[in-house]
Ligand binder design. Structure first.
Ligand SMILES: Nc1nc2c(ncn2[C@@H]2O[C@H](COP(=O)(O)OP(=O)(O)OP(=O)(O)O)[C@@H](O)[C@H]2O)c(=O)[nH]1
Ligand SMILES: [Mg+2]
Length: 207
């Protein structure tokens, strides 16, 4: 699987401002500062496609990035959607109030949406608002893909037990990831392409 191109398509703080979906879309959601934007950059191997920051509350809009890729000798397009982070207390009240509806509105109403990558920090695990998001995704029938990021921040000996603990808590498969080293990239692409129905090597191989 190769990423041939990646470009910014559109950003909006109101759902109605977003362009209609063109290709399959996969959203990236998680607490503020967990590393959503960094993960998209790492996934597409572009350092600066998406703006990141050590200060929480960096992404304030819904931003769509279009990826052109080659998988199984076929070219395909996929839109990756960076969502604003939740759980960030420092935002203004008005901003916080508009956040939930914006994120939930996108996740429940976007016709092209195939799945949502839910990102948690391996050191913090699943927090209440992550659970709420997972319940919400289930209620609207969007497939979650769970990622535990920043694994480079844990000593190697503690990674496996931390991932196993998360997996037990969640009853979902968890993909360990590091946007610094690229660990987990192949596993995450596989899941992303699979929920997007782009990667079907078994079917493609059949006569
Ligand atoms: N060590 C390490 N740092 C990371 C990783 N991913 C993100 N970071 C750092 O975490 C901080 C936040 O990253 P962002 O990608 O901006 O996080 P975000 O979730 O998009 O944040 P908001 O847009 O504010 O919701 C930055 O300082 C990143 O460099 C990772 O896998 N490993
Ligand atoms: Mg961000």
């Amino acid at each position: 699987m190769d990423v041939l191109d990646a470009e910014f398509v559109a950003g909006a703080t109101v759902l109605g401002q977003l362009p209609a979906p063109t290709f399959a879309e996969v959203a990236f959601a998680g607490r503020s500062n967990v590393g959503k934007s960094s993960l998209i950059n790492n996934l597409v191997r572009r350092k600066k496609l998406v703006r990141t920051s050590s200060a929480p509350g960096c992404t304030r809009a819904i931003n769509i990035f279009r990826v052109r890729l080659r998988a199984n000798d076929d070219e395909a397009h996929l839109d990756l959607v960076d969502l604003p982070g939740y759980g960030y207390a420092q935002r203004s009240k008005a901003e916080r109030k508009s956040w939930g509806p914006l994120i939930e509105g996108f996740l429940s109403e976007r016709p092209g949406l195939r799945g949502a990558v839910v990102i948690v920090d391996i050191r913090r695990g699943v927090q209440d608002d992550d659970r709420q998001l997972l319940e919400f995704l289930e209620s609207v029938g969007v497939t979650p893909i769970l990622v535990a990021t920043k694994i480079d921040k844990l000593p190697a000996s503690k990674r496996k037990p931390a991932v196993a603990k998360l997996q037990r808590e969640l009853s979902h498969r968890v993909i360990p990831y590091s946007s610094v080293t690229g660990d987990g990239r192949d596993a995450l692409w596989k899941r992303v392409l699979s929920v997007s129905s782009i990667d079907r090597p078994d079917e493609a191989a059949q006569p």
